[in-house]
Write a protein that binds this ligand. Structure first.
Ligand code: C2E
Ligand code: MG
Ligand code: MG
Ligand code: MG
Length: 292
């Protein structure tokens, strides 16, 4: 519907903007409703020791069950949740689900597996929320099991994350992980000023690593710096045997995550009729799993 008012294209633009605004409002509404109705669940993806195939830890990856019951990946709603100020509530829901499932998590992945929760950089910069979150982690009684994954921008934005929040988290035993390392704005040398326990190399460097000399060089640089700084390195997004073989043969990287080992898993899909035998725990990561 284009009004012939002498600025037809402008009117057309208005109409499409209106449609866009309406679509956005719909998404906003359904996100608010989903939070009210707690229609979120977590999938858990193991972090695997590539030498022994043992599960070192798991990462909670949130999923949304939309009003039609379809599972949505976080790519469709995390940014919006941050923008709308709903992300803090969502993070607390993730923690609540972990707490509720802790026995099953222990049975499946072992009682020492670390449990990682993603925190958006904007949340990390919100000291008030982070203090609340730290208290909630402490109240579980097993704060030492938890790790927080933040992207490198959480460290470089002007916030009190590094000087105020990190010491609180460390004090209660929560580990810090730098997510998606290498694609943010900080330089490699900025790493030297960051206090973290773990660094996760972004999937973009890992894809086809065996065929890409430039990525191999970057990997070596991150690896030696991390080693000097005492950080554990995790390779994200291993999908193939070739990628794994390269890591094993050419690097000292010991931990990885990726579809090759296991896709994110819903715990209810694992819930056994009888208790999980301990020997199936460690081998769980060895077989490629399917996310349903
Ligand atoms: P991330 O923390 O970097 O998580 C890794 C993402 O890569 C996950 O996508 C995971 O399913 C996917 N992935 C893992 N292995 C492979 C692989 O081998 N190949 C490929 N192609 N992908 C792989 P997912 O679950 O869609 O999550 C996307 C992002 O959403 C996460 O990236 C994280 O930044 C964010 N996110 C997830 N859950 C939460 C949460 O509870 N809170 C916040 N703030 N952000 C979250
Ligand atoms: Mg992550
Ligand atoms: Mg990542
Ligand atoms: Mg990512």
């Amino acid at each position: 519907r284009v009004k012939n008012n002498g600025k037809g294209s402008a009117a057309f633009f208005d109409a499409s903007m209106e449609r866009e605004a309406l679509a956005r409002m719909k998404i906003e509404q359904s996100l608010r409703l989903a939070i009210l109705e707690k229609r979120f669940c977590c999938a858990f993806q193991p972090k695997v020791d590539i030498r022994t195939q043992e599960v070192k830890g798991i990462e909670a990856l949130v999923r949304l069950r939309d009003d039609e019951g379809v599972i949505q990946a976080p790519g469709t709603f995390i940014d919006l949740a941050v923008e709308l100020g709903l992300i803090d509530e969502l993070t607390l829901l993730v923690l609540a689900e972990i707490v509720k499932s802790i026995d099953l998590i222990n049975d499946t992945f072992g009682p020492n597996a670390t449990i990682s929760i993603n925190v958006a950089a904007k949340q990390a910069a919100n000291s008030e929320f982070m203090r609340t979150f730290a208290r909630a982690l402490e109240d579980t009684g097993y704060a030492r099991r938890f790790m927080i994954e933040v992207t490198e921008d959480a460290f470089i934005t002007k916030s009190h994350f590094q000087d105020e929040i990190l010491p609180i988290l460390r004090n209660i035993g929560v580990g810090i992980s730098i997510d998606d390392f290498g694609i943010g704005y900080s330089s490699l040398s900025a790493l030297a000023d960051i206090t973290a326990d773990e660094i996760k190399i972004d999937r973009s460097f890992i894809t086809d690593i065996h065929k890409r000399p430039r990525s191999q060089g970057i990997l070596r640089a991150i690896e030696s710096l991390s080693e000097a700084l005492g950080m554990t390195v995790i390779a994200e997004g291993i999908e193939s045997y070739e990628e794994l073989t390269y890591l094993q043969a050419a690097t000292k990287i010991r931990f990885a995550q990726g579809y090759y080992f296991a896709k994110p898993i819903f715990l209810e899909d694992l819930k056994p009729a009888t208790p999980v035998a301990s020997e199936t725990r460690a081998s769980l990561a060895a077989r490629p799993a399917q996310e349903n």
